[in-house]
Structure formats: C-alpha cells, structure tokens
Design a protein. Structure first.
Length: 283
C-alpha cells in the first residue's frame, strides 16, 4: 500500500518505497507561507515533487529513517508547535495526532509531537513501518493500531481516555470527526482541545460545522473559514490561525509564552484578512 498525502495547495502526492510516484495538480497556485519558507512563487507539480523529496531526504518521511524528535519550529504557531508548548508547560496531558508510517499516535512527549508533526501536511493514508512504530513507542508514544497504521482521531481520543488522560489535544480535518470527538469528550468526561487542520477546499456547511466544534482552526486556503470565523484570538494574517473558544485562546497563549521574538498584542474586530496576503485562489 502506498502512502498518500495532500500538500501545497491540496495536491495529492503518492509515495512508495521512499520514492514519489505520483503528484497531482494543486488547487491553489500561490501561498504566502511557501513563498516565505521555500521561496516558491508558484505551486506546480514539479515544485511539489521537489518539496516532498526534500521531506524524504531531510526527515526520512515515509521511510524507516524517519526523524521523530526535534524541538525546532517551522512556523511559530502551527498545530504541532502549539501542542508542544502545551505539553511542555503541563497545560496539556497528551495529544492525538498522525504520523506517516504509524497512523494515529497518542503522545505526551513534546519533542516527539513536534518531530512527527512539524512538517506534516494532510496525511490521507499510510502503511505501517516497523522502525517508525518502534521509535514512537521507545519515545513514550502509543500507536493506535500498529498492524494497520489507521488514521482515526476519534479512536485515538478513546484510547487516550482509556490510558487515563483527561486534558487532550487532537488534530482533526473534517466536521464529522470533530463532532465525533466532541461526543466522546462528553461521554468520557474529558477536557478536549480540538484543532482543525487541512481545511482547504471544504464547503461552507462543513466550515461552519468545523467552527462550531473546534477550539482552534488553521485556516489554510479556505475562504469559508475566513468568512465565517468569529475568533477570540487571531494569529497571523496570511494563513490565519483562529482560537474560537476560551480554552483555545488559553492554549495559544501557552505557545506565545515560548516565542522568543517580540509579539504585538492588540485589540480589534476580528478576523483581519488583508486581501493581498491571502493564497490564490481561496477555495
């Protein structure tokens, strides 16, 4: 079974045996984040292939050589960075995320959470890689299903609850899963932090359902998230992160405590969406 990830404008990329074997057409051609990070002015299949090959070369992504722990950050306020800070401070007890070669992972190790998530895009499908699973377990993580590497955030939340955790952050990418984990939160008496990621191209209805059931959402290139969000906190203007609830706001503040560069704090009506900074086209 190959590994499938959506990345850089939601292009479908297929990796098998450590090689990129298929690259789809992106739905967004220009993203300010990739201009800043990689100098990519237009997201083409060739640029996307080069980016995926760089992740394989630099991180061992989708291979048995996967780097699993690091504390360096790619962006200041990404999902993994926020969870890393929440774990480091004790604000969170554990997290439920996904990793190539392992699927759903429960982990309270900040460096592991950042290692597996710092360069992760929209992981759609993966297969078990024994060395990756073993490395995660050696670092205190729990792989939900080592035999299949299933991607199942709701199952991960249930497992985290079974392990005795209450204050849990989980990344999700669709409204159905967001509603499912909220149901588990209620049934199991959890304090769940739902972080919505990989939302480019979702419908208006799904965007509203995600906003209704998430504490934090990273807007990606979603025009509907930008239109409908009523955030308590916004981080950044080009690819905004929105904290939608009081506890989402508190988790973002935990991350802000770890930022060494100066931070501007101000009050104003939100969201703030400068048109010239947004990805082309918002979908």
């Amino acid at each position: 079974m190959p590994h499938i990830m959506e990345m850089m404008g939601k292009a479908r990329v297929v990796v098998k045996d450590g090689k990129v074997i298929e690259v789809g057409i992106p739905e967004v051609e220009w993203c300010p984040l990739f201009v800043k990070l990689r100098g990519v002015e237009k997201m083409t299949p060739d640029e996307i292939r080069k980016n995926m090959e760089a992740r394989i070369s630099e991180l061992g992504m989708f291979t048995e050589n996967r780097r699993l722990e690091f504390e360096t950050t790619v962006v200041a306020f990404g999902a993994s960075e926020i969870m890393m800070s929440g774990l480091t401070s004790g604000f969170l007890e554990t997290t439920v995320t996904v990793c190539d070669g392992a699927g759903t992972v429960i982990s309270g190790n900040p460096a592991l959470v950042q290692g597996i998530g710092g360069r992760m895009s929209g992981l759609i499908e993966t297969e078990p890689i024994d060395a990756v699973i073993r490395g995660i377990e050696e670092r205190g993580g729990t792989v939900l299903d080592p035999s299949t590497a299933t991607i199942d955030p709701a199952g991960g939340v249930r497992k985290a609850a079974e392990l005795g955790y209450k204050k849990i952050a989980v990344t999700i990418a669709d409204a159905k899963t967001a509603k499912n984990v909220r149901k588990i939160e209620s049934e199991s008496g959890l304090d769940l932090f739902v972080i919505a990621v990989h939302v480019t191209g979702i419908s208006r209805e799904e965007a509203q359902e995600l906003l209704d059931n998430s504490d934090i959402v990273i807007s990606c290139a979603s025009k509907y998230i930008r239109e409908l969000a009523k955030p308590l906190v916004q981080v950044a203007a080009a690819i905004p992160l929105f904290a939608l609830t009081k506890k989402g706001k508190e988790l973002v503040i935990e991350r802000a405590k770890d930022i060494e560069s100066p931070i501007l704090i101000n009050t104003m009506p939100l969201p703030v969406i400068p048109e010239h900074k947004q990805p082309r086209e918002l979908i």
